[in-house]
Structures are given as C-alpha cells and as structure tokens.
Design a protein. Sequence first.
Length: 448
Amino acid sequence: MEKYADPKVTVIMYVKNGMPYFRRSLNSAIGQTLRDIEVLVIDGGSTDGTLEAAREASQRDSRIRILSCGQGSVGAQFNLGVREARGEYIGVLESDDYILPGMYEAEYRYAKDRGCDVLRADNYIFFELGGQEMRIRTRVSGDNFVYGRELRAGRDDECIHIGGSYWTGLYRREYLLSKGIWMNESKGAAYQDFGFLFLASAMAESLYFLDGAFYCYRKDNPGSSCNRPQDILMVRKEYDFLKKELISRRLWDELKKYYYLWKIRNERWFYRNLDRAGQKRFLPYFYEDLKNASLDLAALDVKWNIKEKRLLELADTSEQMFKNHLELQGKEWENACEKIQSLGREDELYIFGAGNIGRILCRYLRGRGINPKAYIDNNPAFWGTEAEHVRVLAPDDMKPGEGVLFLICSENYADEIRADLERRGVLDTQMAVVDDMDACVRFIIGLG
C-alpha cells in the first residue's frame, strides 16, 4: 500500500500485549475507505506476539509505523503518537476495539468542511452473547440539539459537560500542539483520557458532535483495566491532574462546575463497576469528594440528575447515610440479578424502558427463550413502534396482573418509574431495577 507523506488522518494505536484482539483492530484501521491515512502502533513493551503481528502487517502496508515507548503508560504512548504524527487530524483506536470501514472518511470530510478543532460522534458497544456478537449504539446525548452545530465553551457551556469517550472522533493536530493539550502520563493503562477529553473539548474554538456511529468498543475483555482496575484511586488522581491543569490555564473559575459534574459522574460509574472489596475501599474517598463538591458548588447552578442530587444531599448529611444508601443500591442490584436469573419461559414480563439497557436485556432474555410481553415507555414517540421486534406500549396500555415482572430499565428515572408502577398497583416484589448499563453488561457476560 502506498505511503502518504502528508496523510489526512493519523490513527494512534497504543498497545501492550494486545492479543488476541489486536489483528482485528489493526485490520479495521488499514481497511478504512479513506486510504490517505497512517497508523502509528505505539508499543509499550509487548511480549505476547503483538509486536511481531504489527511488524508483519507493516511489511505488507507501508502506512503502518511502529514506535516503541518503554514506559508503557497509555498517556506516554498517546503523547508520543501526537508528537510523531504526520496527519492533519488524529484519531485513536484501542487495541481490543475495531472501527467500521467508513469512519475516517465520513469524519474527516465533516471536520474539514467545518474547520473542527474537535469532532466527536456516537459509538457502539459490543460483546459476545450466545456465540454471536451483540452490538448496541450508544449516543453522546439524548438531546438532538448537540448534533451538527458548532459548540464553544463560554457560549455553549451546558454542552461541554457531555462525557463520552475520546476515541470516537478526530482532533486537529495543530490545535492540540498550539494549546499544549497532552494526556496525563501517570502509570497504568486507564482513565488518562478523562483529563485530555475535558481539556480538548473545553478549549476548542470549534467542537462538533456528528450524528453517526462508527467506533465499536469491546465490553467483554476480562483483562481490560476498566474491568479489572489495579489502582483504586486512579480516577481521583486523574481529576487531581485535571484540576491543576485548569488552575494553571486560568480556566478553573469558568469551568469548575463542569469539572465537578464530570468527576462525580465518573467516580459514581467507577464505584458501580468495582467489586465489593473495591467499593469498600473507595467509598471514603468517594464520600469526601462529593462532600467537598457540595460545599464548593453551593452557589453554582449545575444540572444534576436525580441520582446525583440524592448523593450530594446525603454527602452533605452524614457519611453513614451516604454509605447506607450505596449499600442499599448494591443489595437492590443483587436482588434484580436474582430475579432475572430465575425467570423461566412461562413467566410474564414487561420491560419498562426501550433504551439501551432495555434492548440489551431483551436480547439476552430472548436468547434464553424468554419473550417479553412488551416494552413500556413514557416517551410518546415510541408508542406503537417496535424495539428488538417487541411492541412498545404507553404505560396506560399495560396490564399489571399478578405474577407479572417489570424490569425497570432506566439510568436516570428508575425511582419515578417505580413510584408510577406502585400507584398502578404493582407490588415491590414484581419489580426489578436495572439502572446501570455497564453493570447490566457485566452481569450478562459474567464479568462481575
């Protein structure tokens, strides 16, 4: 394959012992319909055949360059890739994921036409279920307002808090270099992207969200640092780094409320994905951070969701009440898992929520021969449609008889749905709450 002197996109692949997923990942990069790219494989000291596989591929395709980063830190590997990149834009591909063939052609055209500093998009999560790959699209935002329009900190601050993952899009290399936006070079292989993504999004003169999905993010790699975190304080340390960056850049006063919003959401996600022992160790730090945030944000208007408001209120009350609340949530989740596991083919089941969690559970249950009676959703736009070949009903159209189980599948509105079902005569024993997509996936694939 011809080597391009000035490629449109440099794809950074940082890797350390990436087998058995690496070849598929690399092939998805060099198989892009946009041919004018380069792929930088940044090796952090692989000993499992990954480096040899990369060398073999580079002999067949001169667009692949291999660099060595002895430190092995993801931050150090990424920063080396940015320094060595020749492309106008930079993309990122983790070594256990893959991308759809038209990703960089579509994203580069969009970014170039609009002069984007940063372009981000939706993505898919995927994992194997019943011998087949299950792929679900996840959106950056449920608000279509954020897509297809230029966003800028200071003018569109409510959009800057949108999280997501940094590998779904493109970053203009000269923008990163001129602003000195680098990844934290802390030890380890996870969470260093939080600070980078925040800074890149908040400092961009032109930030766009593309209404499309191309990046496929693997959820069933048992060796992933997200599934097996080694440092219980790694997320907290990353936000310490980000705060220092914001203060040194004189952006703290302007962006601190979004800093806290990102931090609390990330720490809550991190806590939910730890095992019991990890949760016990992390809880005092989680409590301390929320208590400090509550004090610091008293005079600021932040759009917390219901769960976040409840956690902040409890953190402001007492550590014991905060702890009791989280432990109760853990027990409720364990009870939900037991109810789901005990379901049989003859059981009657409604799934309340036709979003990502509901669709994932529907596919899983149908793989066990369990067919839900229907979805229920509060969004009128869904009524009368189908999701996963299952009809979607309005709440008034359901028939909550005895023995029927309601799976409440909502990340932000589970409490309201539960209260609504209680008003309709549904017993607590007939309900199971599944309010965390990552925990749901981990349960299905047996990682937690």
